[in-house]
Design a protein around this ligand. Structure first.
Ligand code: HEM
Length: 224
């Protein structure tokens, strides 16, 4: 088997998208670890007042929480208004039944993959749903925060937090939803890493590297 195929080198992910991707990945990992620790602080025995472990973990959770809120807003702006329309173009495939069938057949090894933008319809739906979960996490997280810190940012958010508490039926349900949805991220990270590697192998392109370098490779000629 000779390796005579030519590939085009295409710039798919801008620097901002790549930096936000990894910053968001770091924030999510840190939020899951610190969040679960907040709900089960197993490292320090109960009773002492001289150990501020829980406070530091909580502080880290808030720092990464606010980073996630900022990235979520910046990323939404970039999706709609960035110069490159490579993400927005994926929407065309999302509303095309033909492209849905194509992508399902491609994943089932029945046909080749074809797509207009950077995400296929399955990816688009997955990332959209994850974004919705991130928004719920940010809203519930900010509501929890505002109920502890009544000054500064917390005070500013308090009227909004009150509305969130009423909408969820109390502060306890807000916290429960915030806790249970954490498992979505645990499951997502595992599936996401698996699918990124699978996609590179199955469709022979630069799947994982592209979110580091920004470049993807697409086959031009048929491989002999
Ligand atoms: C991927 C995103 C996030 C995950 C996975 C996450 C996870 C968690 C978990 C598991 C808890 C413990 C809940 C419990 O008591 O059982 C928690 C608490 C909390 N989270 Fe998050 N969180 C996220 C985002 C945020 C954001 C964006 C903020 C706000 C900026 C935030 C603020 C808080 C606050 C204030 C608490 C309560 C801490 C306490 O009770 O002392 N979280 N989080």
């Amino acid at each position: 088997m000779s390796n005579t195929s030519s590939y085009s080198r295409d710039y798919v992910f801008s620097t901002a998208i790549r930096v936000f991707h990894w910053l968001r990945a770091l924030s999510i990992v840190m939020l899951v670890i610190t969040g679960f620790y907040i709900s089960w602080p197993f490292l320090v025995a109960y009773g002492g007042t001289d150990n501020l472990m829980q406070g530091w973990v909580r502080f880290a959770h808030l720092v990464f929480g606010f980073i996630l809120v900022a990235i979520t807003l910046a990323r939404a702006y970039l999706f709609f208004f960035s110069k490159s329309d490579i993400e927005r173009r994926s929407f065309k495939d999302l509303i095309s039944p033909r492209m849905w069938i194509k992508v399902l057949k491609a994943y089932a090894y029945i046909s080749k993959k074809e797509q207009t933008g950077v995400y296929n319809p399955l990816q688009f739906v997955t990332y959209f749903m994850l974004t919705m979960v991130i928004i719920v996490m940010c809203v519930t997280g900010l509501a929890l925060h505002a109920h502890v810190y009544h000054e500064g940012m917390g005070g500013m958010l308090y009227p909004f937090a009150e509305w969130v508490v009423v909408a969820f039926g109390g502060l306890a349900p807000v916290r429960e939803v915030h806790h249970f949805l954490t498992w979505v991220f645990v499951i997502f990270v595992v599936v996401h890493v698996y699918m990124a590697i699978f996609s590179g192998v199955r469709f022979r392109h630069n799947a994982v590297d592209s979110i580091v370098s920004g470049y993807d490779y697409h086959k031009l000629k048929k491989e002999k």
